[in-house]
Design a protein around this ligand. Structure first.
Ligand code: P6P
Length: 336
């Protein structure tokens, strides 16, 4: 049972029996994430003071210019995760291919793979707007004792054993699920401890906030255009409020607390949408469903999509169940 102000460590110990595999492994997994979160939080919070803002002068596999903090966050999470004896492979938005962890696992006995977006929303870093880290954890499906393969990363989202995010906002929070609800922990930076501040987080069934980059309006499918007009119509509890931070973790977190829908649909400019299935949409969809919300590509649940490549993109509709279902009805009626 979650007790407010319980520390993350106490919570893990009290709830590790819910983790469907070895009890100690969940602790090691979440503790690795926790440590990396504190290190990255420290860097994010002082980014304006040191020469760590701006571009790193490189581009990632997505063709996006890498921010210095992107690179740093990526390195910190990968190093921290590598140091635990339970992870056999890591995939990251910032890495072209997955990383097989052999250093401490020469016999390939480790059983978990982790996929991360180390610093989501990084275009906001230089303007001091909140950013986040997203993580997704699977049990490997190829045989223990053999090197990890791409197949271990291309599992459907339903197979996730844990997922969550860290939001570096007005306060730093770790929000995660292992399939038994969603719990939010707030960092007390003075002592470096996360405390349970948001037990059993739930999306309100409906809401009055819609999050989408309306600058792309003319490029959206007709169903999305019609849904936006529905949100803006003077009728019943509408018009809704438009809120778009440009950071998925922040928009998702606000919508989970207040009620709302986040959409990144496909468009004539982004024919499969922008968000990546494996390390953005799947973990956020796992959290959404665990919090009584919903997540789809406009037609099918995100968690049922069979991945075909590491960095594939999908359209994304996520949030309060009734709002997502309404948006889906517009997609189904007015099509692409
Ligand atoms: P746009 C950040 O790059 C991100 O992946 C999400 O966090 C955010 O919601 C979206 O892209 C913003 O994209 O095209 O609206 O600037």
């Amino acid at each position: 049972m979650a007790r407010r102000n319980q520390t993350l460590g106490e919570f893990i110990i009290e709830n590790q029996k819910e983790f469907r595999y070895s009890t100690g492994e969940l602790s090691k997994l979440i503790n690795a994430i926790r440590l990396a979160a504190k290190v990255v939080n420290h860097e994010v919070n002082k980014a304006g003071l040191v020469d760590i803002l701006g571009n790193a002068g490189e581009t990632n596999v997505q063709g996006e210019s890498q921010q210095k903090l992107d690179v740093l966050a990526n390195e910190k999470f990968i190093q921290t995760l590598k140091n635990r004896e339970i992870i056999c492979g890591i995939a990251s938005e910032e890495e072209d291919d997955f990383i097989s962890i052999n250093s401490q696992d020469e016999n390939h006995q480790n059983k978990y793979v982790v996929l991360i977006d180390p610093l989501d929303g990084s275009s906001n870093i230089d303007v001091n707007v909140s950013v986040g880290t997203i993580f997704s954890v699977y049990r490997r499906i190829t045989s223990v004792g053999t090197p990890v393969t791409l197949e271990d990363f291309l599992q459907t989202g339903r197979n996730q054993v844990a997922a969550g995010y860290i939001i570096y906002g007005t306060s730093t929070m770790l929000v995660y699920t292992t399939g038994h609800g969603v719990n939010g922990f707030t960092l007390n930076p003075a002592i470096g401890t996360f405390y349970l501040s948001h037990p059993n987080m739930r999306f309100p069934e409906t809401g009055r906030i819609y999050s989408i980059n309306e600058g792309n309006y003319v490029h959206f499918p007709q169903g999305v255009k019609n849904y936006i007009k529905y949100c803006q119509e003077e009728k019943g509890d509408r018009p809704y409020t438009s809120r778009y931070i440009g950071s998925l973790v922040s928009d998702f977190h606000r919508n989970m607390i207040k009620g709302g829908i986040y959409m990144y649909p496909k468009s004539s400019k982004a024919t499969a949408g922008k968000l990546r299935l494996l390390y953005e949409c799947n973990p956020m969809a796992f959290l959404a469903e665990q919090a009584d919300g919903k997540a789809s590509d406009g037609f099918v649940p995100i968690l049922d999509i069979q991945p075909s490549e590491l960095h594939q993109r999908v359209p994304f509709f996520c949030g309060s169940r009734q709002m997502v279902e309404k948006a889906e009805s517009f997609m189904q009626e007015f099509g692409l």
